[in-house]
Design a protein around this ligand. Structure first.
Ligand code: PMP
Length: 404
């Protein structure tokens, strides 16, 4: 078992006071903190090899290109993708979703259906709605139950020959639910539908195997896996990426340009127009190495312990209700206290140096389902401690007394 108190020392930002109190960072679902190796790797890139990639014959350009492509291969192996060219660098999950939704415009016609789950982040709803508006396809919603689990029998009823694509998150950011995506993918494939998995909340907690899952697309954001902001990944099966048209036109994504016609580059360059976030892409590989160095089994054990400890302690507070009580969930606790607005709890916790997220978490339909304005969300990472959870519980109790 890894020594998590030592691992915590890798994160310099955690060692500070906020509002006069030692920082407790429980907003990991929004973005994860960065270990020193990641911070150093960004500086090292700019100090030693900064140059544009895939262009110059000069040495620095080649070093930068090699490092960028080595990072792509690292991510290929991390996800167990068959080919490195199935890994596209994007600016984040949002761009990954938009790239695929844009591409499907040419593959979808009026009367076709896109299935989306009831617990999606807005970034995995709005691009598909835009696709439906453009094409005349219909957006259908896979419903969930009171525990925040998708109702599989309803999902099966929705699937038909009309279904062109199913999109679902691997883990819900608002509730922490881990969805049974392997089964859902297999069911969709029986109808020939493609499956897009939003792995934004899963990638920090587990190592997805895209070949075993047999998903057609898998997306995640670098900043949630201890990597830099403005980085992301889209895995797509080779045959799907070859079918989709480019998302953006520009330099680097072409074979030949004349004023009459342009031919496009092969994968992955067809989808990577312009100068990318080179440092970010390289350092995303450093972040993935860092997490693999700890080991995802160890990360999961630690986070499970924190989830169980936090759930039990918070449920000891009278009037506190947790949303997302499915048996399969990750270290996210979304809660409210009867009669108190989540924002007010968050503001008081902040005064105590405790960072949580409050509001609808970019998942307004989830809030509409539970008929609430929002929740307080504490999302734990492996670098958090039970002592920090004790401080959260004390803080929530104080807030309750002050606001009741
Ligand atoms: N999907 C889920 C489930 C998320 O939690 C998030 C980020 N909160 C996103 C998509 C969007 O990710 P990004 O803002 O990094 O593009």
């Amino acid at each position: 078992m890894s020594d998590f108190s030592k691992i915590r020392e890798d994160f310099p930002i955690l060692n500070q006071t906020v509002n006069g109190k030692p920082l407790v960072y429980f907003d990991n679902g929004a973005t994860a903190q960065k270990p020193q190796v990641v911070i150093d790797a960004i500086a090292k890139y700019y100090q030693e090899i900064n140059a544009n990639i895939h262009r110059g014959v000069h040495t620095l350009s080649q070093l930068a290109t090699d490092a960028y492509e080595a990072s792509r291969q690292k991510i290929q192996h991390h996800l167990n993708a068959e080919f490195a060219h199935e890994i596209l660098f994007t600016s984040g999950t949002t761009q990954s979703v938009n790239l695929v939704a844009h591409g499907f415009t040419s593959l979808v016609k009026p009367g076709d259906e896109i299935l989306v789950s009831a617990m999606e982040h807005h970034s995995n709803i709005v691009p598909w709605q835009m696709l439906c508006e453009k094409t005349g396809a219909a957006l259908k919603v896979i419903p969930m139950d009171e525990n925040g689990a998708l109702i599989q029998s309803e999902y099966e009823k929705l699937l038909s020959e009309k279904t062109k694509l199913v999109t679902v998150n691997h883990i819900s950011n608002a509730l922490g639910t881990i969805n049974p995506i392997a089964e859902m993918i297999a069911k969709a494939h029986q109808f020939g539908a493609a499956v897009f998995i939003d792995g934004a909340q899963a990638a920090p907690h587990l190592k997805p195997d895209v070949q075993a899952l047999d998903c057609d697309f898998y997306a995640f954001s670098g900043h949630k896996v201890c990597g830099p902001t403005g980085t992301g990944i889209l895995y797509g099966k080779e045959q799907w990426l070859n079918r989709l048209p480019p998302y953006m036109g520009g330099g680097e994504m072409i074979k030949e340009v004349t004023f009459e016609k342009t031919t496009y580059a092969d994968l992955p360059h067809k989808f990577e127009a312009g100068t990318p976030n080179i440092a970010g892409g390289i350092v995303l590989g450093t972040a993935i190495d860092y997490l693999n160095g700890i080991g995802f089994e160890n990360i999961q054990k630690q986070e499970k312990m924190l989830l169980e400890y936090g759930t039990q302690k918070l449920l000891g507070i009278e009037g506190l209700k947790i949303y997302g009580t499915s048996a399969q969930k990750t270290s996210v606790i979304s809660f409210n206290i009867a009669g108190i607005h989540p924002y007010d709890i968050g503001a008081i916790l902040d005064k105590m140096g405790i960072a949580v997220r409050t509001g609808h978490h970019c998942a307004q339909p989830v809030m509409q389902f539970f008929d609430i304005p929002g929740t307080v969300r504490a999302s734990f990472s492996f670098y958090n401690t039970t002592e920090e959870i004790d401080r959260l519980v004390e803080g929530v109790k104080k807030a309750k007394t002050m606001l009741s």
